[in-house]
Write a protein that binds this ligand. Structure first.
Ligand code: GLA
Length: 508
């Protein structure tokens, strides 16, 4: 650490007071920012700095993940450091060196789809490089195939806290959401799981049991409440030491955590790779997920297992084998068209890996979060239904418009998503910015979606002989709930910008 050298040179340089002052203003070394969050949990971030003249280089290490400083300077006792974080958010650490402390303000610049945190004032104190390093990799278990847990015969439906509430979710949010799911008719429409995402965790007790933070004073009580509404409750963790939000993960406590979840009455676990990526390789993903799959199956409670590792390592080829009921296939969704388009329209190629009990998960719904038009949200819901994707609403149910509720609870869309046969969706025609997708239903009917990804309204045509269908004289438009008369070998509709027309064809 730079300060040891500084003190030594200060005591030797009796006549060199000025030189001493200059040396003290070298900011090189490792600094720890230790914060206690309002929920009582703690979190450490490290700055590993090297100074050359007034230029500062190095890394900012959060959850063991080092991010390169892209712009750093230290002059006249003032530090300025910038890093790029996820979704191109620029994060700035700015402040003053006072004695052995850096008094800093952390701020973030907003980018599309990002949720920048409010600026915060923190103190950094000298630390060691060792403190920044992740723990050793745990032994990797031998591979074996887990039995099917019999859950999630149709894609899970419910709600998850992350897309709207992120770190603001509390016990009260979850209770209110459970109430609203019942009161709005969402429960009757099939939305059953109320899932708490990241930020419920605190540390561990002396026996290593995971603790909840102040936002969740009584997890068992909360689970009982959700169950009393005829709903089920989900929770979140990571195979790494930290979750993506920098909360306590399950690393080295997998079996113990699974037992705790079972004792609390948890019905669903989303298990998010996060800091495990700093310890394990992508090739370790299958055995690492298998470990929690085994732990859940040994826990004595049926718990849906949701894998979240962003579609790495072709998870759709082994997700079932580790006991997975669903697995994320992509990076995080954001509440804007570009994100929805990128994710939704890229999924047909892996549709064949879907089967009852085991689902591709293109991430949670953004419907009703305000960043898209209702046409865009109808495209969202249509793609998710065609893909047999989990339908986990991600909006604030307390402030839901009628239009949002109608999109989320459209019974015809839900019937497609939940169709027992889980036939695979196919993209059957592609022309410019328009696409036709089709899917067969269990009862022999077919659904046909005419998508317009263009920035203006377009005519889209489905030609039955070209897309391998025979159509009767009538179809049903599933978004307008109107009957449609068909004639000839094709159907043409004017589809709004970023919109869809969805038909269910009567038998030919
Ligand atoms: C990751 C996941 C998200 C959410 C956050 C929580 O980014 O992909 O769905 O769970 O972590 O920190």
């Amino acid at each position: 650490m730079q300060f040891k050298r500084t003190l030594l040179s200060c005591s030797l340089l009796l006549a060199g007071a000025l030189a001493c002052l200059q040396a003290q203003t070298d900011v090189g070394g490792v600094w720890r920012i230790h914060t206690e969050r309002p929920d009582g949990s703690t979190h450490d971030v490290f700055l590993n700095l090297a100074q050359n003249g007034s230029a500062v280089t190095g890394t900012v290490i959060d959850n063991y993940h080092p991010r390169k400083i892209v712009n750093g300077a230290f002059a006249a006792g003032k530090l300025h450091v910038e890093i790029n974080t996820w979704r191109q958010i620029v994060k700035t650490y700015e402040g003053t060196l006072t004695g052995r402390r850096l008094e800093l303000t952390i701020s973030e610049k907003e980018t599309p789809g990002s949720k920048p945190s409010d600026p915060s004032k923190v103190t950094a104190e000298p630390s060691t490089e060792e403190a920044t390093r992740p723990p050793a990799k745990l032994p990797i278990p031998e591979l074996h195939d887990l039995p099917d847990n019999g859950l999630a015969r149709t894609p899970p439906m419910g709600w998850n806290s992350w897309n709207h509430f992120a770190g603001r979710v509390t016990d009260a949010t979850v209770r209110a959401t459970a109430d609203r799911i019942v009161a709005t008719g969402m429960k009757a429409a099939g939305y059953i799981y109320v899932n708490i995402d990241d930020t419920w965790e605190a540390g561990r007790d002396a026996e290593g049991n995971i603790l909840t933070n102040k936002k969740f004073p009584n997890m068992k009580g909360l689970a009982d409440y959700v169950h009393s509404k005829g709903l089920k409750i989900g929770i979140y963790s990571s195979p790494g030491p930290f979750t993506c939000g920098g909360y306590e993960g399950s690393y080295g406590h997998e079996e113990q955590d699974a037992k705790t979840y079972a004792a609390w009455g948890i019905d669903y676990l989303k298990y998010d790779w996060c800091s495990a990526g700093e310890i394990y390789h992508d090739t370790d993903m299958r055995p690492v997920y298998q470990k929690m799959g085994d732990a859940l199956q040994a826990s004595g409670r049926p718990i849906v297992f949701s894998l979240c590792q962003y579609g790495k390592a072709d998870v759709w080829t082994w997700g079932t084998k580790v006991g997975g009921n669903l697995w994320r296939t992509t990076d995080d969704i954001a509440d804007h068209w570009k994100s929805l388009e990128e994710i939704g329209f890229s999924q047909a190629k892996i549709a064949e890996f879907v089967q009852p009990g085991h689902w591709n998960d293109p991430d949670m719904l953004e419907v009703g979060n305000g960043g898209m038009t209702n046409d865009e949200y109808r495209v969202h819901m249509t793609l998710w239904a065609l893909l047999s994707a989990p339908l986990l609403a991600g909006n604030d149910l307390d402030k839901m418009s009628d239009a949002t509720l109608k999109i989320l609870t459209n019974p015809d869309l839900i019937a497609i998503d939940q169709d027992q046969a889980a036939h695979h969706a196919k993209r059957t025609a592609l022309e410019g910015n328009t696409e036709v997708w089709t899917r067969e239903m269990n009862d022999g009917a077919a659904v046909v979606a005419l998508f317009n990804r263009d920035d203006q309204a377009k005519q889209v045509t489905a030609t039955w002989s070209k897309i391998g269908l025979t159509a009767g004289a009538k179809a049903r438009n599933l978004w307008t709930q109107e009957d449609v008369n068909l004639a000839g070998d094709s159907y043409t509709a004017t589809v709004p910008k970023h919109g869809v027309v969805l038909l269910r064809l009567g038998k030919g």
